[in-house]
Design a protein around this ligand. Structure first.
Ligand SMILES: Cc1ncc(COP(=O)(O)O)c(C=O)c1O
Length: 368
């Protein structure tokens, strides 16, 4: 292949449809600090996602920091080492201690059993991740949270639009956090949001992202600048119009990969929760011992053919230097370590052609 194929590529709505939004922003000269497009995107997202309260943010990371902050926690927060580093960074930015526990070997989501084993009298919350948009064991997590009176925050950066039989997965826990980064299923270029339970909580988040101002002359919390700009919000409104089409294209690619690769015995696939409407955000494969190349060598082999995959998540968060120093004991996350060694995300995005997906499959099958 001459062109590079990246693991992800943002879907771009038609430029001519974006220009009127820009004209309106130029006309109003309102670029940030709320505005009509921020208001409209919050309403549109509530209705698209089937949730009641959303506060937009400048990124998933600022949204995570704000969500954790909103519960006034102290002590330890139990979380997964198999995630993007922003998950536990948000705990640290709140001056809390992340406690990493192992994941389930089939779903790669945090293990409820391990959560329960790690609870101490300092534990105040659980920060779980719906990895690759595959919902966590929300029932078990909720049961533990009730038993030990813990808050539950879901990092739902991968789970935009994911639904189970009772509707949006974003309704679980005390809050869910979305990322709208350019690589995500739904994007505002950079951006994120907190899905919360009440208007009061939303208003608190709105203050937090505006430096903590509760009026022009009053600041009563240590907020930050996490506001979304009007240009980003307008991009989101337009993206939403095309989102079902984008997700369908992703589904076709996902199904094709599955059909062509699932019979290869030396590859493994995560176990997707049944009864779920997925968003097909990623196509992760696990490279088993009997596959002719290990994960790193397969990554390089595909790179040499201009196919840029990603070892997502590798290394584990707990293996980054910045976290090594915060851990009290040497961790032993058997399942997470194995997953980090074996995981490779293949390219998946709406504009990826069937021809190119077929060639990626051929490259992999050609090694057998
Ligand atoms: C699981 C997870 N959490 C948090 C984030 C951070 O989101 P953002 O890049 O919008 O700050 C990401 C981003 O990739 C992510 O994958």
């Amino acid at each position: 292949m001459k062109e590079y194929i990246y693991v992800s590529k943002p879907a771009m709505p038609p430029l001519e449809e974006f220009l009127p939004y820009l004209e309106s922003i130029w006309e109003s000269q309102i670029l940030s600090n709320g505005g009509v497009f921020n208001d409209r995107l919050e309403k549109d997202l509530c209705s698209y996602l089937g949730v009641e309260h959303i506060s937009l943010f400048s990124s998933g990371t600022t949204a995570l920091i704000a969500a954790i902050n909103s519960f006034d926690l102290d002590g330890e927060v139990i979380t997964t080492p198999f995630s993007f580093v922003a998950t536990s960074h948000a705990i640290k930015w709140n001056n809390l201690d992340p406690v990493f526990v192992d994941i389930n070997k089939d779903t790669l989501n945090i293990s409820p059993e391990k959560i329960e084993q790690a609870i101490t009298d300092k534990t105040t919350a659980i920060l779980a991740v719906h990895c690759y948009g595959n919902p966590c064991d929300v029932e078990a997590i909720s049961h533990i949270a009730q038993k030990y009176k813990l808050k539950v925050i879901y990092d739902a950066a991968h789970a935009f639009g994911v639904e189970d039989l009772s509707g949006s997965v974003l309704k679980y826990g005390d809050a869910s956090v979305l990322s709208f980064h350019a690589t995500k299923v739904f994007s505002t270029i950079e951006g994120g949001a907190v899905v919360c339970k009440s208007l009061e909580e939303k208003q608190g988040l709105d203050r937090f992202k505006n430096f903590g101002f509760s009026s022009h002359s009053t600041v009563d919390v240590l907020g930050l600048n996490g506001k979304m700009s009007e240009v980003n919000a307008a991009f989101g409104i337009l993206q939403l119009k095309y989102l079902d089409e984008y997700i369908l294209k992703r589904k076709n690619i996902f199904d094709f990969y599955m059909k062509e690769l699932s019979s290869i015995e030396s590859l493994e696939f995560i176990q997707y929760k049944s009864g779920t409407n997925f968003n097909y955000s990623y196509f992760p494969i696990l490279i088993g011992e009997n596959f002719p190349l290990n994960c790193e060598d397969l990554l390089v082999y595909l790179q040499q053919r201009n196919v840029m995959c990603r070892r997502y998540f590798h290394p584990l968060i707990s293996d980054f230097d910045v976290y090594k120093t915060v851990l009290v004991s040497k961790p032993n996350f058997v399942n997470a370590q194995k997953a980090a060694e074996e995981i490779l995300c293949l390219p998946i995005y709406p504009d990826l052609t069937k021809n190119n997906v077929a060639r990626i499959v051929e490259m992999i099958r050609g090694l057998l």
